[in-house]
Design a protein around this ligand. Structure first.
Ligand SMILES: Cc1cc2nc3c(=O)[nH]c(=O)nc-3n(C[C@H](O)[C@H](O)[C@H](O)COP(=O)(O)O)c2cc1C
Length: 246
């Protein structure tokens, strides 16, 4: 049983190649309004979205994101920032001091930001646009912060390339549902065979996508990816932005 919305959600794939067509302003506005209708923890709405259309800013961000050329070639690049700066101002309006030094606030802001971002991607797709989220925005957060003049108590969580798709890529298979959805309690007993099944499915997927060049599957790829630390600069950066994470 499906609906237009569930079919849209289930036809997701990231798009990294775009036509030269600009995104009509009214479409972009509609999509950005959808960001703000995401649910929000305690309605803190702890995020901001920077809309980047300038070719030069996109060029610089593409480099900062690890030379991801789609950041430069998409007509619109969005930077989703966790944002407690506005909340600090709200506290000050009432003579209160923001206690932003909790891990809780960091989680709240990151979750709020991600919910807004997914609303945007879905809304954009409903307009015929495509896109991809960009975690590479956290590669060099200091430089991104300087370039976009992000105030204290904000930090870039993810970017998003948006535009009209100029590629037709196959969907990336997802984990078997029994590895993800558990009835009544966490069911560890399904995990190993589900992981083995997914390894075979994804190995076949990558072999086809790369013309046989890549034959490892998801567990092999992630075992390699996750066995060394990533973005170790982030803790220091977050402290510098006003999140001591006590
Ligand atoms: C928070 C987040 C960060 C991501 N960062 C990047 C990125 O920096 N570059 C990129 O090309 N794709 C990025 N992706 C896209 C993922 O690689 C992609 O969603 C995943 O491989 C599944 O593929 P699919 O979206 O086509 O189904 C990111 C996705 C998310 C949710």
């Amino acid at each position: 049983m499906s609906t237009d919305v569930t079919r849209l959600i289930q036809s997701h794939r990231s798009i990294r190649k775009f036509t030269a067509a600009p995104i009509p302003e009214e479409v972009l506005q509609d999509v950005l309004t959808c960001a703000q209708w995401a649910p929000s923890s305690h309605n803190v709405q702890a995020y901001s979205v920077i809309v980047v259309k300038s070719a030069e800013t996109k060029r610089q961000l593409a480099v900062l994101c690890g030379n991801q050329k789609w950041v430069e070639t998409c007509p619109v690049f969005l930077v989703f920032c966790a944002d407690f700066y506005r909340l600090k101002l709200a506290c000050e309006m009432h003579g209160r001091e923001l206690a932003a030094d909790e891990v809780e606030n960091l989680l709240v802001a990151a979750v709020d930001t991600a919910l807004a971002a997914e609303n945007v991607l879905l809304a954009a797709r409903s307009h015929g646009l495509g896109g991809v989220m960009i975690g590479g925005i956290r590669n060099q957060p200091d430089e991104v912060t300087r370039l976009l003049q992000l105030p204290p108590l904000t930090f870039p969580v993810m970017g998003m390339c948006l535009g009209f798709p100029d590629q037709d890529v196959a969907q990336k298979p997802r984990l078997p549902q029994r590895a993800v959805v558990h009835a009544e309690r966490y069911q560890t007993e399904h995990l190993h065979d589900a992981l083995r099944e997914y390894e075979d499915i994804t190995a076949a997927y990558y072999a086809q996508r790369t013309g046989g060049e890549r034959t490892d599957g998801w567990t092999a790829q992630l075992a390699e990816y996750l066995s060394s630390p990533r973005r170790q600069h982030l803790a220091a950066f977050l402290r510098q932005q006003g999140f001591p994470m006590k």
